[in-house]
Ligand binder design. Structure first.
Ligand code: ZN
Length: 509
């Protein structure tokens, strides 16, 4: 099986923030999970580098747009490295492989009549790069940002979105998983009840020259949103590597933030359909992280820097928090207090403690060697329940991940962790040791070790460094990164453990 997953291409007019990191951590988790499944994964991220705002940001720094984007792109690629994001390809919209695809599609639409030349007259908001009709203005200002708009009259090229409106509506209605979650699907269905306007896909060079040249007009460049979306086919070989394209297209999932839903769920499907290409299977729009109920913004000074959080609390703790705290699709509220509380409870207390005390006991009672378990079946109820829970973990994680529900998948893993902690409390191994019940103690240590081994495999997509450190401490020479290693009783007695420091030390206020 193949699995093609994309993030949006991030607009490089500012630094990456928590929202960017959230999308990429989510996509990385899905990509890693699919690799555990044995799928051939193509995971693509990148940067969107054209348009008015980039030009302005470059001007403000006294740089050319090219030098400016070259200076910002590493901030993204370095953040992804730091956050352990295992993308397969990083595409920039200023690369020739992308520009060629954009021009080929424009040519095609121009030839088949889906693109036409017209006069545009309207009000333009420069910061939003949006045109408005008079009736859309609010107090004569931009309805999105409230800023001043300019009246503009110019020749442009338009893409016939309106021609395909009926087709799109029918397609969405016939494909339940095309736009997720349901709230976003309904939002688009209701948006499509009103007539669609054709999309202005060009910008006159007299006003903006930083863009991809229109192949049939020397006076225009391509509108940045028309250009950027085409990366999804450019990255998987459209027009350049037919075998690769045939293998990976259509995408299995485009993960986006809900603020760019319309471009992805209206414009993009119509562009693909007009180009005679198949639809992606799913467009999933996740929610926003708010800061104490407020939207994050530069002006409010409440922008969360993912690098700072990862440095302060650890990459995996940051990944865990984002994936666990809210169900994917809903909005979340970010605070350092909430992050610290998750670290102390779920990571230090539940997971870290289970590993540390189990390995300490194996050290103490059996000189660091995983003991042999008696072949007596699962003697008592709690052992039986634990093995059963472990047996269901593969199914539980898979069904949650198929629904893109990270929080649920982690909850499945934590049920097993918590059961093992309870097992220790109830059976009090120190008492077994004192009473000389060595066989029972051996069985118990083997079972706890087995839970930890399974957890280390299951956690890998979510918290890769933690999973690898657990593997090391458990004395397993290799990471068995396949879902089949989630089966109960694969642990080998005789394995020498390498107890290390606690995974997540408690954070005191
Ligand atoms: Zn605006």
């Amino acid at each position: 099986m193949k699995y093609y997953i994309t993030t949006p291409l991030y607009y490089v007019n500012g630094n990456p923030h928590i929202g960017h990191s959230y999308t990429n951590i989510a996509c990385d988790t899905l990509a890693r999970f699919r690799r555990l499944e044995g799928d051939e994964v193509l995971f693509v991220t990148g940067t969107d580098e054209h348009g008015q705002k980039i030009k302005e940001a470059a001007d403000a720094k006294g740089m050319t747009p090219r030098d400016f984007v070259d200076s910002v792109v590493p901030k993204f690629s370095e953040l992804w490295k730091k956050l352990n994001i295992t993308y397969d390809d990083f595409i920039r919209t200023t690369e020739p492989r992308h520009e060629k695809v954009v021009q080929a599609i424009l040519e095609m639409f121009h030839k088949n009549g889906d693109l036409y030349e017209g006069e545009y007259s309207g009000w333009y908001c420069t910061p939003c790069e949006s045109f408005w009709t008079k009736s859309q203005l609010v107090n004569e200002n931009c309805p999105d940002c409230g800023r001043h708009v300019e009246q503009i009259k110019e020749k442009n090229f338009f893409f016939r979105l309106s021609k395909y409106q009926k087709w799109l509506l029918d397609y969405i209605e016939a494909h339940e998983d095309f736009i997720l979650p349901v709230i976003r699907r309904n939002e688009i269905l209701s948006f499509l009840k009103n007539p669609l306007n054709d999309l202005c896909v060009s910008r006159p060079k007299a006003r903006l020259s930083w863009g991809i040249d229109m192949p049939f007009s020397k006076d225009h460049v391509t509108y940045v949103w028309f250009d950027a979306l085409l990366n999804y086919i450019a990255a998987c070989g459209y027009g350049a590597d037919e075998a690769k394209f045939k293998k990976f297209w259509p995408a299995d999932i485009h993960v986006i933030g809900k603020d760019i839903l319309r471009m992805h769920a209206v414009n993009w499907p119509i562009m693909l359909h007009a180009a005679g290409l198949e639809m992606p299977k799913t467009i999933f729009a996740h929610g926003w992280w708010k800061i104490g109920g407020d939207k994050m913004s530069k002006s409010k000074g409440n922008v969360v820097d993912p690098l700072e959080m990862a440095d302060k609390y650890g990459i995996d703790a940051y990944r865990f928090f984002l994936l666990k705290e809210v169900s994917f699709g809903a909005d979340g509220s970010f605070s350092e207090e909430a992050l610290v509380s998750r670290i102390n409870s779920d990571l230090a207390n539940d997971l870290g403690n289970l590993l540390h005390r189990t390995l300490s006991m194996i050290d103490k009672y059996f000189s660091g060697i995983v003991p042999e378990r008696r072949d007596i079946g699962l003697a008592d109820d709690i052992t039986k329940a634990m093995a059963e829970k472990a047996g269901k973990i593969e199914h539980g994680i898979r069904s949650a991940m198929n629904k893109i529900d990270f929080s649920r998948a982690l909850a499945v893993i934590w049920e097993l962790i918590n059961m093992a902690n309870k097992f220790i409390e109830q059976k009090a191994p120190w008492k077994l040791s004192k009473a000389g019940k060595t066989d029972e103690l051996k069985d118990m240590m083997y079972d706890l070790y087995e839970v930890l081994r399974i957890v280390s495999v299951a956690l890998w997509p979510f918290m890769p460094s933690t999973a690898e450190e657990m593997t090391r401490q458990l004395g397993l020479s290799e990471t068995k990164a396949e879902l089949k290693y989630l089966s109960w009783s694969l642990a080998r007695s005789g394995t020498k453990i390498n107890k290390g420091n606690p995974l997540f030390p408690r954070i005191e206020d």
